[in-house]
Ligand binder design. Structure first.
Ligand code: SAH
Ligand code: SF4
Ligand code: F3S
Length: 441
């Protein structure tokens, strides 16, 4: 028997890239590649990249630079670049990095086996098309469960919203929803492999409108309700969602679908209506706040997280204050805030930038507020009993760690046999980014 070739995958960016990396590893697995944990041990290195902010892109290029000595020492080493940087500047990567053998976009990686054959013949390959065929239909059918009892499942991909700052509609293409039957099958497959929690993914996953098993078109709430019927699947989550796609039936599902977890990532980006308009978000601060109120009416304990951009072109101190006000009004359990980064080809990149020192200062002020909210939310969990899906051994001996309904990381002393199980835990302490609890019962 020939020894398996070794594949090292590094994933940057969002959860969808994590999912895509798993699928690419499965596709290459069918070619005889087994995954390893270090670049040094690999015969092939795959970087699955992110283009969302300038810094994310710089990181890819500096990591590529760092692979050079490895490539010099092992000229047979194959290097592939996938993901959103590959999509946006594939030809440029091949030009700047002669050691790169293969560039593959997010919509063509089902062709990887074919591309690898060409690479084997000594060719350099670039494939960043948006093909007609559905890549998922051409990937290995059997899923592996690589992250223990939790898994991602891409339900919808691409974006038609064109926020003026964002590259995603260009790197991922138009919105496409996968047929529900395939998603249910993939979910059942994952459950058979020990998965108990599935996070449905999409750039705007709540815009899902796919072919249903009964021939009609299903919206996202229907998909969730059908998923919830699968025995052995205990928890459903989804990310990322857009405020304008939070339809009534989805809000209702938050109130009456027990398997849908009380955590929602619902980015708003800014609290200023004039900035929201300039961002082409098509909602106002007030409509967002009213939406949150409606969801909390049906699910009062919902933990909310969001994304914010500070220093968007034209943002004044008053606009920024409006963002702070919105954060204070809504109250987030977690939030991700970013300094605006001009992205080539997006409308906002043409506009005058806010003074960088001012933008830095705003970022710090916003982060201080959301961190305080996060800690207050965590502290309020002390004394409460949550149900934890244990995922793996903890860092301390004797500890196991997992996630509560609210997606808080929770550590507790307990037997390894509980990994993959859900158990009640009383929260006794709160750290920076996690909670400590005591198993009860
Ligand atoms: N589809 C998701 C967001 C995907 S990108 C949504 O609409 O909410 C994830 C986050 O990155 C965004 O929510 C935004 O806050 C941030 N982001 C996107 N483009 C950016 C840019 N050019 N500069 C800074 N942050 C950006
Ligand atoms: Fe980007 Fe806006 Fe689409 Fe989200 S909704 S992916 S921020 S364009
Ligand atoms: Fe990045 Fe592409 Fe995801 S740009 S955030 S990897 S969709």
């Amino acid at each position: 028997m020939t020894e398996a070739k070794k594949l090292y995958v590094k994933t940057y960016g969002c959860q969808m890239n994590v999912y895509d990396s798993e699928r690419m590893a499965e596709a290459l697995g069918a070619q005889g590649y087994a995954q390893v944990d270090t670049a040094e041990a690999a015969d092939m290195i795959l970087l699955n990249t992110c283009h969302i902010r300038e810094k994310a892109v710089e990181k890819v290029y500096s990591d590529l630079g760092r692979l050079r000595p490895l490539h010099d020492a092992k000229p047979d080493l194959k290097i592939a670049v996938a993901g959103c940087v590959a999509q946006a500047e594939g030809a440029e990567i091949l030009r700047r990095q002669p050691m790169v053998d293969l560039v593959v976009g997010p919509q063509t990686y089902h062709r990887l086996p074919m591309m690898m054959d060409a690479v084997g013949r000594g060719e350099r390959v670039l494939d960043t098309e948006f093909p007609q065929e559905d890549k998922f239909a051409h990937l290995p059918k059997d899923r592996r469960a690589t992250r223990g009892p939790t898994a991602f499942l891409t339900a919808q991909e691409g974006c038609d919203k064109f926020c003026s700052f964002c590259v995603v509609p260009y790197t991922r293409g138009a919105e496409v929803s996968r047929p529900a039957e395939r998603l249910l099958r993939e979910a059942r497959d994952l459950i058979e492999r020990g998965v108990r929690e599935i996070t449905l993914l999409g750039q705007n996953v709540n815009a899902y409108h796919g072919a249903g098993s009964d021939g009609s078109e299903w919206g996202f709430a229907r998909l969730i309700r059908e998923m919830a019927k699968i025995d052995g699947l205990d928890r459903i989550r989804y990310t990322t969602s857009h405020p304008n796609d939070m339809e009534d039936d989805l809000i209702a599902a938050h109130g009456d679908c027990d398997k849908l977890m009380p955590y929602l990532h619902l980015p708003v980006q800014s609290g200023s209506d004039s900035i929201l308009k300039a961002m082409n978000r098509k909602h106002t601060a007030d409509s967002y706040i009213r939406l949150i109120e409606r969801i909390r009416t049906v699910r009062p304990d919902l933990l909310l997280s969001g994304d914010f951009i500070v220093g968007f072109p034209g943002e004044t101190e008053a606009d920024f204050q409006a963002t702070l006000d919105l954060v204070a009004t809504v109250g987030y359990g977690a939030a991700y805030s970013f300094k605006y980064s001009p992205r080539p080809g997006t409308p906002a990149a043409e506009r005058a930038m806010v003074d960088p020192a001012e933008a830095d200062d705003r970022l710090q002020r916003l982060q201080a507020l959301v961190t305080a909210q996060q800690h207050a939310t965590q502290d309020a969990m002390i004394g409460r009993v949550v149900r934890v899906l244990f995922e793996k051994p903890g860092r301390m001996p004797g500890q196991i760690t997992g996630k509560s309904e609210y997606l808080h990381a929770v550590h507790a002393d307990g037997p390894l046999g509980l990994v993959g199980q859900i158990a009640p835990v009383e929260i006794i302490a709160s750290q920076n980014n996690s909670l400590t609890g005591r198993l009860i019962g």
